[in-house]
Design a protein around this ligand. Structure first.
Ligand SMILES: [Zn+2]
Length: 378
């Protein structure tokens, strides 16, 4: 099975390289905005569309006009056109919220993507070779197997000024599927991360909460400062650093927890939740977004796959919390989130809300897998 995996590494570009990276961010943004304007104008004038190929052809002309575009990685510019194209496709499919927007220097992400062509990007000992930039020092915190193929790289700079590359690899996975002996269901929960069908629950550690509180404090300070003042700029950096710290602590924690589970179970079932919609509907606000459930499930998925296990996603409308896991009858009256424990008057089973839901998720996941396996073998 062809598998993809992305890894992020810190890089340490020299002054000149930093300068070139900054210029590349600028050129990529320029190309994006230029063709967004062209597309807009073309559409308003004649209802015609400008395709990716049209733009890519025109880019050759633009480069003659704006010669500084030639100084940066040309594939990065093409990728920028791809991103613009994706933004339009997303808009027309109504996947993403709105009409593509112009990228401003302030608010847009400082990043660009480039694709490996004929080995122009190479990972070597302590170095990565990138188009135009040449060799950049890299901190490789893990070994990449020799048969993995480097597909593409995204170069980015965080708001606090650190540089990273996110590298996408492709490889043939040799892992054999395991017989499922140990399975679990996880019920997403707030403010904990989840409760498992075995009653194990996972909560962010104290030090993480502490950094989060500190971040909130520093953010309040920032909001009271005069925009553009030197104190404001300094405080902005403090906030940016704390943001990154929170994100890193969370990532570490989620890595550890997902690894633990992937080692414990062969199959894990979860509900296929749409976190964006959930935070809107339930007014949970930022906390759901930041809870890291999406990141956690992605980690869980590939960690299980690496071991021959499987992650099963069940329908988000499955009434996992209302079914009695003892007898299977449905109790609409326990839908209320405030009901933490309840009693089934049919089979006389006593339930913890979250564990009961997790058991139902586990069983529904197993049923779905059996169904798929039967279909596959038929
Ligand atoms: Zn029952």
């Amino acid at each position: 099975m062809i598998t993809h995996r992305a890894y992020e590494f810190r890089i340490y570009p020299s002054r000149d390289q930093q300068d070139l990276i900054a210029r590349t961010f600028g050129c990529v943004r320029l190309v994006y905005n230029y063709y967004l304007a062209e597309k807009k104008q073309r559409y308003e004038e004649s209802k015609a569309t400008l395709s990716y190929t049209d733009c890519a052809k025109d880019l050759t002309r633009l480069k003659k006009e704006k010669t500084f575009l030639k100084e940066v990685d040309s594939i990065a510019l093409q990728q920028s056109l791809r991103h613009l194209d994706d933004a339009f496709t997303g808009f027309f499919k109504r996947e993403k919220s709105g009409y593509p927007k112009f990228k401003s220097k302030r608010s847009s992400r400082r990043s660009y993507s480039t694709v490996c062509v004929n080995g122009n990007i190479r990972l070597e000992d302590g170095k990565i070779r990138l188009p135009k930039l040449g060799e950049v020092r890299i901190k490789k915190h893990r070994e990449i197997p020799e048969d993995w193929i480097l597909k593409s790289v995204t170069v980015k700079q965080t708001p606090s000024g650190k540089y990273f590359v996110s590298i996408l690899f492709e490889y043939e996975s040799q892992v054999e599927k395991k017989e499922v002996e140990r399975s679990a269901g996880l019920d997403y929960s707030m403010p904990k991360l989840f409760v498992s069908s075995d009653g194990y629950s996972c909560e962010y550690p104290r030090f993480y909460r502490k950094t989060e509180e500190k971040l909130a404090r520093e953010q309040r300070k920032l909001s009271k400062m005069e925009k553009g003042s030197s104190n404001y700029r300094k405080q902005k950096l403090v906030v940016a650093r704390l943001h990154e710290k929170v994100a890193n602590q969370r990532k570490d924690f989620l890595h550890k927890e997902s690894l633990k589970l992937a080692q414990m179970y062969d199959r894990i079932s979860i509900e296929d939740l749409d976190m964006k919609a959930m935070s809107k509907a339930l007014h949970f606000g930022k906390s759901v977004h930041d809870n890291g459930w999406g990141m956690f499930t992605r980690m869980l998925e590939y960690k299980l796959q690496d071991r021959g296990g499987q992650l099963v996603k069940i329908d988000k409308w499955y009434p996992s919390s209302q079914i009695c896991s003892g007898c299977g009858c449905i109790h609409p009256e326990v839908k209320d989130l405030n009901v933490r424990e309840w009693f089934c008057d049919w089979c006389l089973e006593y339930h913890d809300r979250d564990i009961n839901a997790a058991v139902n998720i586990r069983e529904e996941g197993s049923r779905l897998r059996r169904e798929t396996e039967m279909r596959e073998s038929a």
